[in-house]
Ligand binder design. Structure first.
Ligand code: FES
Length: 107
């Protein structure tokens, strides 16, 4: 099925449960998450505190912990949860097709 306006990211099983991967598109970078209850989410790829890739951080439940200063965000809502990360992340819609492919909508 062709999903207009959506960008292919990866096969759904390429992301482990309760994990995150980095996805780059053009000059932009995103973080794509699979939760422990098997749902998929997407946020900006960089921490809002400093430009560090969140995909190098740790997923714990609904939280992504930044690898540099341990700031935390809820990756489902984008909300900053622990300083020094104060500015929220932008989140993006994610779809997983019946044949197991992950797409995000970034515009
Ligand atoms: S760079 Fe992420 S908390 Fe500082």
């Amino acid at each position: 099925m062709l999903l207009e306006g959506w960008i292919y990211v990866c096969e759904a099983d390429a992301i482990d449960e309760e994990d995150v991967i980095r996805f780059d598109s053009g000059s932009r970078s995103f973080a794509i998450y699979r939760s422990e209850d098997n749902d998929y989410y997407a946020t900006d790829g960089f921490c809002t505190h400093e430009k560090v890739h969140l995909a190098e951080g740790l997923v714990m439940g609904d939280i992504i912990e930044c690898p540099k200063h341990n700031g935390r965000f809820n990756y489902k809502t984008g909300q900053a949860k622990k300083t020094p990360a104060c500015e929220h992340l932008t989140t993006y819609p994610v779809q997983v097709t019946d044949d197991g492919k992950v797409y995000i909508q970034i515009d």
